[in-house]
Ligand binder design. Structure first.
Ligand code: ADP
Length: 161
């Protein structure tokens, strides 16, 4: 597995300023960063896969070593398929730790050649999540501090009730 290929996986429903911060910092460390959107048939989500990928691409324009993809099934199987050696995760509050710790241990047991790499959130994004953004947008709140500038309009228009 190639340790120079790093995968940042998630729902990105939609991408937030917190995700973008992790993507920027990850891309500064690893030669190639793959942002992979999980296809989850049992969870419909607010945005389609095409919308999520398009918003990711617009938000990350100008970061040269980032590519975008989608996957379903186990992350370790996707890692094997593209020969990627590192999983990138962001850690917010202590509450993230428990589930991230569990996931990292299980993934390592399934595929010892893959390492999980954690970046601490920047403090201004510590309380930010896609679900919080969706809720604020649904009730007409200003989401411009919370999502990348190129997607503010699209998220606000699509979610406003
Ligand atoms: P999931 O559906 O698995 O929670 P997300 O797309 O919400 O996927 O998140 C993917 C990754 O991004 C996770 O590692 C999560 O901890 C991290 N993340 C989400 N929001 C932030 C944030 N505000 N700051 C730092 N990391 C974050």
């Amino acid at each position: 597995m190639n340790p120079e290929i790093c995968v940042y996986a998630g729902s990105f429903d939609p991408i937030t300023a917190g995700h973008l911060d992790i993507i920027r910092r990850g891309a500064a460390i690893f030669p190639k960063l793959v942002v992979a959107v999980l296809r989850n048939p049992s969870k419909k989500g607010a945005f389609t896969m095409e919308e999520r990928l398009s918003m990711l691409e617009r938000s990350c324009a100008g970061i040269p070593n980032v590519v975008f993809d989608s996957f379903d099934g186990l992350l370790v199987d996707y890692m094997r398929k593209i020969d990627a050696g590192v999983i990138l995760r962001g850690l917010r509050a202590v509450s993230d730790f428990e589930s991230e710790f569990q996931m990292a241990q299980l993934n390592r047991q399934m595929e010892p050649q893959v390492e999980t790499f954690f970046l601490m959130t920047s403090p201004e994004h510590a309380y930010l999540s896609s679900s919080a953004v969706r809720e604020i947008a649904m009730f007409g709140g200003d989401i411009s501090p919370f999502v990348p500038a190129p997607i503010v309009q699209e998220v606000a228009c699509k979610l406003r009730k």
